[in-house]
Design a protein around this ligand. Structure first.
Ligand code: HSE
Length: 453
C-alpha cells in the first residue's frame, strides 16, 4: 500500500461526432453476450438516447468452435490481440475476467491509446492504480462501473459526485450469491448447505462457489470501493475476509430474536483520529458476516440484490440498491461506460484522474465493535462465573447474556459492549481452554448500531 506515481493526463485522441464508435468486445460470456444483444437489437434507441451509434468491430472468444447464439459468426474471432490492435477499433471492452490474459490485453489497448471499459473486479482490485496511470499517460479512459455491484452506479458517484466528500464509511452487500444464501437461511430456516444447493439450483451460485462464499469476490469489490472512497491504493490482498460457510441457522434465528439480520458485508472505513498526517489517514477494509439491526437500510436487501451504503461528513447517509450480477444488468453498466468513453473520445478528453494519497491499514486486531458469541457449556453451578471471568480477563465487557437449556448442556448467548477484535480473539481462545466449554459456536460482529465504534 502507498501512493504510486501518477502521470500527467495526456491529450486524448478524438473521433468525429458523425462516425460510429467501433467497439472491440473481449469475452462472450453472460455479460459479453448481453452487451452484443443490447448493441445489436437496441442500437437505434441507444443512439437516440445517448447521441452515440456503436458498431461492433469484433467479439474475441477463447473457443471459436462453440455456438454463440445471438452473436453474428462474422464478428467472432479467436485473436483477441489482433482485435485490440485493429486500427479501426475506437474502444475496447474487456469482459474476460481474471488476470491473464485480461491484464496484458488491457495494457496493450491503453498503450495504443484506446479507451478501455471493463467489468473485471479481479483486475482492477489487483492493479487498478497501475492501469489508471497507464490510461492517464495515454489520455484515455479506463472505466469499470460494472466491476462492482453490477447495474448499480457506484463507481461514478464515488469518483465524481462525491469527489469532495469526506467519506467516513462504505458498507456494501456486494455479493448476490451470499446474500441469496443468507436470506434463504433466514427466511426458510435452512442450514447453509441446503441454502447453497438451492442457490445453485436457481443459478445464483456457481458449481464451485468458493469465490463467492469464501468472500474473495466481495474482497476484490471492497478494495475497489475503498480505493475510490479514500483516494488511496488498496489491493484485494489488503482485505482480510471471512466467508459465510460457518454461519449457523441457529445464530441467524437468535439474531432475529434480538432484532438483527445476518449479512455478508464489505466494509471500508476511515478513522479520523489518524488525521491527515504525512502518513495519510488510517483505514480498514474487510469482508465478514455481521449482524445488522433490522432497522438498518441494508437489512432490507434480500435475495440476490446488492446495495452500497455510504456515510459522508457533509452528505450524510446514502444508499444505492439494485441487481449486482447477471448478464443484462451488468451489460447496462458497461454500456453506460461505453457511452461516456465515446463522448470523451469525441471531445478529445478522458474521465478525470483521481488523485491518490497514502493510507495505512489499521491491523484487524485493533478494530473495535460489539460482538455476538454463542457458547455451549455444561449446565452446572459455577460455569457462568468461569465463562464471565474469561471475558473480564481480556477486557471484554458483557452487555447481555441469555441462557437456553440443551439437556445437560446450556447455550449461552452473549452480546458484548464495544471490544477490540484482538481481545475477543483472546477471549475465544481462553473459553476453548475451559473444560466446561463444549463449543464456541457463532461469533459475529455487530455493525450499524448507533454506538458501533
Ligand atoms: N458472483 C457475484 C455475485 C457476481 O454473486 O454477486 C459477480 O461479481
Amino acid at each position: 500500500m502507498g501512493p504510486s506515481a501518477q502521470e500527467t493526463q495526456a491529450q486524448a485522441p478524438s473521433t468525429p461526432a458523425d462516425q460510429p464508435v467501433r467497439v472491440a468486445i473481449l469475452g462472450a460470456g453472460n455479460v459479453g453476450g448481453a452487451l452484443v444483444s443490447l448493441l445489436l437489437s437496441d442500437g437505434d434507441a441507444i443512439a437516440a438516447r445517448s447521441g452515440v451509434r456503436f458498431e461492433i468491430a469484433g467479439v474475441a472468444v477463447g473457443d471459436v468452435s462453440r455456438a454463440r447464439p445471438g452473436i453474428p459468426p462474422e464478428l467472432v474471432t479467436g485473436d483477441a490481440k489482433g482485435l485490440v490492435s485493429d486500427p479501426s477499433v475506437d474502444v475496447v471492452v474487456e469482459l474476460i475476467g481474471g488476470l491473464d490474459p485480461a491484464r496484458e490485453l488491457v495494457e496493450t489497448a491503453l498503450a495504443a491509446r484506446r479507451p478501455v471499459v471493463t467489468a473485471n473486479k479481479e483486475l482492477i482490485a489487483a492493479c487498478g492504480a497501475q492501469l489508471a496511470d497507464a490510461a492517464a499517460a495515454s489520455g484515455v479512459d479506463l472505466l469499470y462501473e460494472a466491476a462492482v455491484a453490477g447495474a448499480i452506479p457506484i463507481i461514478r458517484p464515488l469518483r465524481e459526485s462525491l469527489a469532495g466528500e469526506r467519506i467516513r464509511r462504505v458498507v456494501g452487500i456486494v455479493n448476490g450469491t451470499t446474500n441469496f444464501i443468507l436470506s434463504t437461511m433466514s427466511e426458510q430456516g435452512l442450514p447453509y448447505a441446503e441454502a447453497l444447493a438451492e442457490a445453485q439450483r436457481l443459478g445464483f451460485a456457481e458449481r464451485d462457489p468458493a469465490a463467492d462464499v469464501d468472500g474473495h469476490d466481495a474482497a476484490a469489490k471492497a478494495a475497489i470501493l475503498a480505493a475510490l472512497a479514500f483516494r488511496c491504493v488498496v489491493v484485494g490482498t489488503d482485505v482480510p475476509r471471512e466467508g459465510i460457510s460457518s454461519v449457523d441457522p441457529v445464530d441467524i434465528a437468535f439474531a432475529d430474536r434480538l432484532g438483527y439480520v445476518v449479512k455478508l458485508l464489505a466494509v471500508a472505513e476511515r478513522f479520523d483520529d489518524g488525521g491527515d498526517t504525512d502518513d495519510g489517514p488510517e483505514i480498514s477494509v474487510r469482508v465478514h458476516p455481521a449482524m445488522l439491526p433490522r432497522t438498518h437500510p441494508l437489512a432490507a436487501v434480500r435475495g440476490a440484490f446488492n446495495a452500497v451504503f455510504i456515510e459522508g461528513a457533509a452528505a450524510g447517509e446514502l444508499m444505492l440498491y439494485g441487481r449486482g450480477a447477471g448478464g443484462l444488468p451488468t451489460a447496462s453498466a458497461v454500456l453506460g461506460d461505453l457511452i461516456d468513453a465515446a463522448h470523451h473520445l469525441r471531445a478529445g478528453t478522458a474521465a478525470r484522474v483521481v488523485p491518490r494519497i497514502a493510507a495505512r491499514i489499521r491491523p484487524s486486531d485493533d478494530l473495535s465493535c460489539a460482538w455476538y458469541l454463542s457458547i455451549d457449556v455444561a449446565d452446572r453451578p459455577g460455569v457462568l462465573a468461569a465463562v464471565a471471568q474469561v471475558f473480564g480477563t481480556h477486557g471484554v465487557s458483557i452487555r447481555s447474556m441469555e441462557q437456553v437449556g440443551l439437556g445437560d448442556e446450556a447455550r449461552l448467548i452473549f452480546l458484548t459492549h464495544i471490544a477490540r477484535a484482538g481481545d475477543v480473539r483472546r477471549t475465544i481462545d481462553g473459553l476453548r481452554e475451559l473444560d466446561v466449554v463444549d463449543r464456541v459456536g457463532g461469533v459475529l460482529r455487530i455493525v450499524g448500531d448507533q454506538d458501533d465504534g
